[in-house]
Write a protein that binds this ligand. Sequence first.
Ligand code: CO8
Length: 257
Amino acid sequence: MSNVVLSEIHGKVGLIRINRPEAMNALNNDVVDGIAAAIDAFEADENIGCIVLTGNEKAFAAGADIGFMKDFDYMHAYQTDFITRNWERIKTTRKPVIAAVAGFALGGGCEMAMMCDMIFAADTAKFGQPEIRLGTLPGAGGTQRLPRAVGKAKAMDLCLTARMMDAAEAEKAGLVARVIPAEQLLDETLKAAATIAGYSLPVVMMIKESVNRAFESSLNEGLLFERRVFHAAFALEDQKEGMAAFVEKRKPAFKNR
Ligand code: CO8
């Protein structure tokens, strides 16, 4: 594991910290590779039920590393598929990922947060897609995921003016799930992640997959997908245990099968 990405295990939760404080956690290959490696490890660890991705108190990530990419030419960007590499690993993991965002989440940093399953924001968080100021545009989902999260009007505003949106505005617009006082951000996020990790992992994965379907299919397709997965859940021992525990007025003991 590289030192620009740190990973820790908190009970059943895997925590990934982006650690380039000298550069506002700007994203380069080492950071993206480090995050992907940490996710690989947490995906393979059957004890882990939820993943949290965070930065530091000043920045979740202030975007792609500008110094690193400033001299790229078209062929280099195209041939290396900049920065696709492992970028999609956050999206492809079947376990839920919560972004805990304090400070700046700009450009690729905002895009990385949006690739997670939900965002918990500190009251210090600032979101933006300021690429236009650099003579370029969002390249990792900013023009696609932001409108889906906050609507066309606000997405156009953010992408075209480069202004930042604070945590309160981001919550109101639907980009973030919760706003939390900065000093409690990590504790609260880990607590929510532990709650998720305490449920049946196959059910958690089924819910993640089903909610994501809402963004990738028509309503009818999505409803059918949900119903099929709902039917499949009756094959789980954890469904028998969960419903028996309710009827018997006791806590369920899920076995992840
Ligand atoms: N890349 C490289 N270095 C950065 C970046 C960055 N994105 N952001 C900050 N830094 C560095 C600064 O250069 C500075 O370094 P040094 O101390 O050596 O001069 C250090 O971090 C501290 O930054 P500031 O002194 O600027 O701190 P301020 O508090 O004054 O300002 C800001 C903080 C507002 C975050 C400011 O640094 C800023 O505007 N940063 C750039 C934000 C930006 O434009 N982001 C978009 C980048 S483009 C992009 O993300 C395209 C995505 C493509 C998809 C692929 C993603 C991997």
